[in-house]
Design a protein. Structure first.
Length: 581
């Protein structure tokens, strides 16, 4: 006689299964959470109380890794005891089939699969964000401690700042900065992708403003120009605005150079906001439609927009020079700057790639700077035999930043009456030891960049494809297109990874239960080893398939789901062998 529904046995199995499951999961979660806490605790970024909070926040995300193996271990022990005590034989003799005995394991696996999907999709991003806030909530302390230890402030792989000392000034209510710093003895270094130094600048003093939120304000006190405003993004960022005063250094292969003011803006995004791994399923679908929500793609989009605006901006200045022999600009402090030249020459190559030569008027190119206000008596003139102009794309800027470089420079004190009269000032003495003079961050009225910045990546790429014979523009468009495609592959891989991990949890529970019943004569740990190794291979297959899908697209799904399918096939084969006994 077959018993259609052994409710009493199911309740007993469920009670024992869940008791052992919760106990095992708790032990594994505590161990893994503690292991995750050791490094920030040992490095001093967490105190004793914060370490306990950090472990609490880490507990829920660790369930994603602890639950499948804990459930498989619990199912193995429970069903092995059922077989070792001959209860399995008694149940089968009493009309309860093996399939009905597996119903508690099936129900448990289904519940855990749903829980894992919910944890990965909703809970894990929130808890990981709380973990990050505990470690990085005091950016000021991290910067100050790094400088005090003689370490650099590493913005990214290409930019670093060294300083001898740092002083904190506290918040700035006018600009909205939550902290201000003053650095002394500053050296700023920029590297290329091969790690070679392409630009370095030294300054006796630099000022730092720190902002927290989606964007920096339009202006930071008086010194920072609105053009340095970072782009608005949905995610939270810490924006670092650094200004070097009267710096001197070397740029590319042009030798020594002088900068009046150099402003660096670095938006440091939330690491969890900028990793699709920590986005929900619906947010990932929206991200696939709007890839610009990723900061690293938005930077490339803005760079491409800057390249599209670069040639247009320089050509507009060239038309002004050809028409009147001068172009009116403004520096970051809103002081009028007048460029005097006959027109534009050919684009540079090699070390001068991205620069356009300026054709001298009467043998000289001049840059005239005067103080704010039309009647200001202060000012100076830089005169040089050779000059170059560029509008290098900078992802942080809202407007095009014009750069001018003069070579073979002589500086003359400016006669304020000469401005606007066309009268050439007397030539001064050459700058001692300098072969070049550089000014950056100049703005002008006709600027195409704001309109380009409002366009999505796909539209900018399409415009770039229509422009031929521009290697830099083509390279930037190809890079942005490749990054967008990579992001969409990553979104596909992350979504499928979550589904496969949830499905694997169900199969792992069934695999442990089936092997425990079939190998009931063996030791419990031996039986668990037989189920643990295939389960481990499944997890490795999912992880490897996720990376393969990210790199090569849907072909990687064969490996990603192949592990789950292999474990399910292994479980079916073992169940068939059990049924024949």
């Amino acid at each position: 006689m077959r018993i259609p529904r052994p409710s009493t046995l199911w309740r007993a199995l469920n009670l024992e299964l869940w008791r052992l499951l919760l106990l095992t999961a708790a032990v594994v979660v505590v161990i893994t959470a503690f292991a995750l806490t050791v490094q920030p605790l040992a490095s001093g970024r967490l105190g004793p109380v914060d370490a306990l909070r950090f472990m609490g926040y880490a507990s829920l995300p660790m369930l994603q890794y602890a639950l499948p193996f804990a459930a498989g271990f619990a199912a193995t022990l429970v069903y092995h005891r059922l077989g070792a005590d001959n209860e399995l034989t008694a149940c089968f003799a009493g009309g309860i089939s093996h399939r009905k005995l597996l119903f508690p394991a099936l129900a448990t696996g289904a519940i855990l699969s749903a829980v894992l999907m919910l944890v990965a999709d909703q809970a894990m991003p929130r808890f990981l964000r709380s973990m990050q806030e505990l470690i990085t909530r005091d950016v000021t302390q991290i910067i100050v401690a790094s400088i005090k230890r003689g370490e650099s402030i590493q913005f990214d792989r290409q930019r670093a700042i060294y300083a001898d000392d740092v002083t904190t000034l506290g918040p700035d209510a006018e600009s909205g900065a939550f902290e201000r710093l003053v650095l002394t003895g500053v050296l700023a270094v920029k590297l290329d992708h091969q790690g070679r130094v392409i630009q370095e600048a030294a300054s006796s003093v630099a000022y730092v403003w720190l902002f927290r939120g989606p964007r920096a304000p339009l202006a930071v006190a008086a010194p920072i120009h609105p053009a340095t405003e970072p782009s608005a993004r949905a995610g939270s960022v810490t924006t670092i605005v650094l200004r070097l005063r009267d710096s001197i250094g070397r740029q590319d292969r042009t030798g020594m150079a002088e900068w009046d003011d150099t402003t660096l803006v670095e938006a440091v995004p939330d690491a969890f906001e900028d990793d699709p791994k920590y986005w929900s399923w619906l947010a990932l679908n929206q991200l696939a439609r709007e890839p610009e929500r990723m900061e690293w793609i938005d930077r490339r989009r803005r760079t491409l927009a800057g390249l599209l605006a670069e040639s247009s901006a320089v050509e507009a200045i060239g038309r002004q020079l050809t028409k009147s022999g001068r172009a009116d600009l403004a520096d970051p402090a809103d002081r009028p700057v007048t460029l005097a030249a006959r027109g534009l020459g050919a684009p540079g190559t090699g070390a001068n790639e991205g620069w356009w030569s300026l054709e001298p008027t009467d043998g000289f190119v001049e840059v005239r700077t005067r103080g704010a206000g039309a009647s200001s008596p202060s000012g100076r003139v830089q005169r040089a035999r050779r000059g170059w102009i560029s509008a290098p794309p900078t992802p942080e800027r809202q407007t095009t930043a014009i750069s001018i470089r003069l070579e073979d420079v002589a500086v003359a004190a400016a006669d304020p009456l000469a401005f606007g009269t066309g009268e050439a000032p007397a030539e001064g003495e050459p700058i001692g030891g300098l072969s070049a003079w550089v000014t950056e961050g100049l703005s002008f009225s006709t600027d195409p960049l704001p309109g380009l910045l409002r366009q999505p990546s796909a539209q900018l790429i399409e415009q770039s494809r229509a422009i031929k014979d521009d290697a830099r523009l083509s390279a930037a468009a190809n890079e942005l297109d490749a990054q967008v495609a990579s992001l969409r592959r990553e979104i596909l891989s992350k979504q499928q990874e979550r589904l496969a991990s949830s499905a694997a949890c169900l199969v792992m529970v069934l695999c442990g239960a089936v092997l425990a019943m079939r190998l009931r004569e063996r030791l419990p740990l031996t039986v668990y080893l037989w189920s643990f190794l295939p389960a481990l291979l499944t997890i490795l297959s999912i992880s490897g398939g996720q990376r393969l899908t990210h790199q090569h697209g849907p072909i990687g799904l064969l490996l990603l789901w192949g592990g789950v399918a292999g474990l399910a096939l292994f479980t079916l084969v073992e169940f068939a062998r059990l049924a024949r006994r």
